[in-house]
Design a protein around this ligand. Structure first.
Ligand SMILES: Cc1cc2nc3c(=O)[nH]c(=O)nc-3n(C[C@H](O)[C@H](O)[C@H](O)COP(=O)(O)O)c2cc1C
Length: 147
């Protein structure tokens, strides 16, 4: 059984950098969650009430993901990383998580942010990762804060 680092990163590659550093440290596989429709800068302009990010958040919309993790059953430990959006995980994380069987997985959650702490991000994700044991959930700036 092995570990996999799974991440979503949209704005500046901040989460990607941490995820890549972590995968290297762990010598683990890595998977990037890519929305079928990539986010443009305008999509993420949360100061615009009509921006995609706000419509998705308010509409509790699913955000379809491109591709799948191969050999899911071979991993017993999942490191899941994302940028904090509105004090929680972006909707695309929920959509991703719904597509997999989490029974028996150990889940480590990490997030980057402009300053907000991880808050209730893990609790809010819990319904989408039923069966997983959430080992920890933290806001980080580097992989050394995770392992
Ligand atoms: C739609 C949206 C909502 C955000 N909400 C928050 C927030 O609630 N708190 C916070 O500290 N940062 C917030 N941010 C900033 C990101 O969490 C931060 O820039 C993150 O490190 C970006 O990671 P990335 O480059 O991997 O996408 C938000 C950014 C976007 C685009």
């Amino acid at each position: 059984m092995g570990s996999i680092v799974i991440y979503f990163s949209a704005e500046a590659g901040t989460t990607r950098k941490v995820a890549q550093e972590l995968a290297k440290k762990l010598d683990a596989d890595i998977f990037e969650i890519k929305p079928e429709q990539p986010y443009t800068a305008a999509d993420m302009k949360w100061t615009n009430p009509f921006a995609r990010c706000n419509k998705e958040k308010l509409g509790k919309k699913d955000v379809p993901v491109e591709g799948r993790v191969e050999n899911w059953d071979e991993y017993d430990t999942v490191y899941l990383g994302f940028p904090i959006w509105y004090y929680a995980a972006p909707n695309v994380i929920g959509t991703f998580c719904k597509g997999y069987d989490w029974n028996g997985k150990t889940l480590h959650i990490f997030a980057t942010s402009g300053g907000s702490d991880i808050g209730k991000s893990a609790e809010k994700l819990a319904p989408y990762v039923k069966g997983a044991a959430i080992a920890d959930a933290k806001r980080v700036t580097s992989a050394s804060e995770i392992i």
